[in-house]
Design a protein around this ligand. Structure first.
Ligand code: ADP
Ligand code: ZN
Length: 716
């Protein structure tokens, strides 16, 4: 009991811990209440959306309570990620899991034994083993936190039988309080979680599931690759996930992106585990920008700076969409979610689930129907999504979805247009596609149309004053609403529902969609200026370098929120740096100085800590700091040109200088070894000047820049 009063009296310390350890100035919604429940040793269940900041709800009080908190997490990767983040903030945390190197394991147990550990992460199986008290060697346990708590409920979307064993902790430690954390939305599931965990009179906290920083757009799947490339271009160099329904599609789409010049890889369960792990790690470490994946991807990653999620096909339920799209923008910065859907997707899912027991198939079909209606509807996306999860969205216009930003308009006279389209299909007779129908309606007189006599039917040219693209879109929408059936080779036929429209029994409406619906730059009220953007890129490169050395993901060093705050505030010294969002005491000590130096480009020696803004010493060096850093990181010339906004000749000059001055000694990234050998031989025979004959003798395989690079290396 005494312990209880001591812990509770520390609620006043929470804001200090938040600032000192994490560098945050305020609580997010429900965080304070969630932390207070832990300090008061009241069981609790906290339901907050992805990115809502659940982890800190148990991490902060763990630092204040006496003893070690046990944290259960479903995946080793998640555990290690959280521990890495905690260690970076200076909190004492460790994890125990299978496959861990023995010395690492011994170190964790030693820390535990010495009463050093404030948080110990464990798998659910490990937690439930009878020998847990022996393993912990009598170390005092403060409380138990269960992350991803929905895994205990078979009603949730990710039931894990091993989670059922967690409840046994009550036998092993009857007095310890239990706290569950989940992003699973429905009330039913949260009730079930509380029951399965045997929570005692828990404090239940539920946040809003709205993710205000996400922009939603949903479009019929036509010209899908083009739409995707548009999206990816808007987010060049930023991390993103593209979901496809089939494995084959992930590989195809990844190839399309690579061909278009993006750093993309595929990810699906059919790849060998080595490739899968590598692709995931490359994504987490910012070595590739885009992962094109089946739903097998995502659960184990915590990457907070995913700037877009695209669905190349419709997910099988609103829950899945919420989860997958929810991986965008966990750090709260503006991010984009685009979904492309079609009737075929619905069929594919039905086929995939056709082996399931009838009961489940029925539920599955209902869920599919609901998401399909949401996709093909024209209501605010956000409102529809929240309503599905039992929440009322209070505003008329969310300002961050295609429906609310002019992306969708009802078409005036939609009913008559539908009748004209359907009637044309009937008059054309069997065997014609959407594209042919659109040509007839727009009054084209191609050979195929004339041969078929379709320039003579009454619907020829009847919708000539509409865009052909719109016509195709409307035909698709009539297919979506089952008014038109598509057969082999995309051949159209009018269905019973279509005849109802023709006979005026049903007056359905059509939608017009403007493919341009996308977040406008003005929506990002916090957008960086081009200059800040450049500094941001520079700091990103530095962050990546530090992360590589520390063998942790870049976001563990600093999140994008922090980098943005640095470039905006431009702190002059460590005192100012300490006020940056996300900079706690430990990170200030570890990284404050290097980031200040990078920001001001002073180069180590000229920097005076605590002094005023360093002069533009370094002159030339400072001017080229972005490209130099990128070149040091072995980016290609094209990439450096793109990222730095400099001309190719400037970048090349800078590059040559770095090689001349020995700052870069290995040029194999820019000149393949065998080519270098050939160039060397040519230089040896021609004496190196002029360059043109060398270039020509090699049949243009070596650029002038490559020849100059080799010359510099040879001089060295
Ligand atoms: P969840 O587990 O709910 O998906 P996380 O715990 O991963 O969310 O937190 C999401 C992001 O929000 C992280 O980058 C975290 O550091 C940040 N965050 C959490 N709490 C706060 C806060 N009070 N102020 C600012 N950022 C916060
Ligand atoms: Zn909206």
């Amino acid at each position: 009991m005494e312990q209880n009063t001591i812990d509770s009296s520390r609620t006043g310390d929470l804001p200090r811990i938040l600032r000192d350890v994490w560098g945050y100035d305020s609580f997010r919604p429900h965080q304070q209440a969630a932390m207070e429940a832990v300090l008061a040793r009241r069981d609790s269940l906290v339901v907050l959306p992805t990115g809502g900041g659940k982890s800190i709800c148990f991490q902060a009080p763990a630092l204040l309570r006496h003893g070690t908190a046990l944290v259960v997490s479903p995946l080793i990767s998640l555990m290690r990620d959280q521990v890495a983040q905690l260690v970076q903030t200076g909190a004492r945390a460790g994890c125990l899991h299978t496959g861990q190197p023995p010395d690492e394991r011994r170190a964790v147990l030693r820390q535990l034994d010495e009463g050093e550990l404030k948080l110990l992460y464990l798998s659910p199986e490990r937690l439930a083993m009878d020998d847990l008290p022996a393993l912990l060697g009598g170390a005092p346990i403060s409380f138990v936190a269960i992350d991803e708590a929905h895994c205990i409920s078979s009603w949730g979307h990710d039931f894990r039988p091993e989670y059922r064993q967690i409840a046994r902790i009550r036998e092993l430690y009857p007095d310890v309080d239990l706290h569950g954390y989940t992003a699973t939305a429905t009330r039913e599931v949260s009730q079930d979680i509380a029951r399965q965990l045997f929570l005692r009179d828990p404090v239940i906290l539920r946040g809003s599931f709205d993710r205000p920083n996400l922009f939603y757009s949903v479009k019929p799947k036509r010209g899908a690759d083009g739409l995707l490339i548009d999206l990816v271009r808007r987010h060049r160099g930023e991390p993103g996930i593209v979901y496809c329904i089939s494995r084959r599609e992930t590989e195809r789409v990844a190839e399309v992106l690579v061909k278009a010049g993006f750093k993309a890889v595929a990810y699906h369960a059919g790849l060998d585990s080595g490739t899968r792990i590598k692709n995931q790690e490359d994504f987490v470490a910012d070595r590739v920008d885009i992962v094109v994946a089946t739903v097998a991807f995502g659960m184990g990653i915590n990457k907070p700076d995913v700037r877009f999620v695209a669905h190349m096909g419709m997910p099988s339920s609103m829950e899945n969409f919420q989860q997958e799209s929810g991986r965008a923008g966990r750090d709260g910065l503006p991010s984009e979610c685009m979904l492309l859907y079609s009737m075929q997707d619905l069929m594919i899912w039905k086929k995939i689930t056709s082996d399931a027991p009838p009961e489940l198939q029925k539920i599955g079909a209902r869920k599919l129907g609901m998401i399909y209606d949401w996709c093909s509807g024209m209501e605010c996306r956000r409102r529809g999504l929240l309503r599905y999860f039992g929440e009322d969205y209070p505003r008329e216009n969310c300002g961050r979805c295609d429906a609310c930003t002019g992306g969708i308009h009802p078409v005036p006279g939609a009913h008559v247009i539908a009748q004209k389209i359907l009637s044309s299909i009937v008059r054309q007779g069997d065997g014609y596609s959407a594209s042919h129908t659109a040509d007839v309606l727009s009054g084209k007189k191609g050979k195929k149309i004339v041969d078929a006599g379709h320039d003579q039917i009454s619907t020829h040219g009847i919708l000539a004053d509409h865009d052909r693209d719109h016509l195709l879109d409307w035909i698709q929408q009539l297919c979506d609403r089952s008014c038109i059936a598509t057969g082999d080779g995309g051949v159209l036929a009018v269905t019973d529902a279509g005849w109802d429209i023709l006979r005026g029994r049903n007056t359905g409406i059509l939608l017009e969609r403007l493919a341009s619906a996308k977040p406008s730059p003005t929506m990002d009220v916090d957008a960086l200026t081009p200059l800040e953007e450049k500094d941001f890129e520079l700091l990103r490169v530095l962050r990546k370098k530090i992360a590589e050395r520390a063998k942790v993901p870049p976001y563990v060093i600093f999140g994008d929120v922090t980098l943005r705050d640095i470039v905006r505030r431009r702190p002059k010294d460590l005192v100012e740096f300490s006020r940056v969002k996300g900079v706690g005491r430990k990170k200030l000590e570890a990284y404050g100085q290097v980031f200040l130096e990078a920001l001001w480009g002073g180069g180590g020696a000229s920097f005076t800590p605590g002094g005023s803004r360093p002069s533009a010493a370094g002159g030339r060096t400072e001017k080229y700091k972005v490209e130099m850093e990128l070149l040091r990181q072995k980016y290609s010339i094209e990439e450096v040109v793109e990222k730095s906004g400099r001309s190719a000749s400037t970048v090349e000059r800078c590059h040559l200088k770095m090689v001349r001055e020995g700052e870069i000694d290995d040029i194999s990234r820019w000149v393949p070894v065998h080519l270098e050998q050939e160039i060397r031989e040519m230089i040896d025979t021609t004496g190196g000047k002029p360059l043109k004959p060398i270039h020509e003798a090699l049949g243009g395989r070596a650029s002038y820049h490559q020849i100059r690079l080799v010359q510099e290396v040879m001089k060295n």
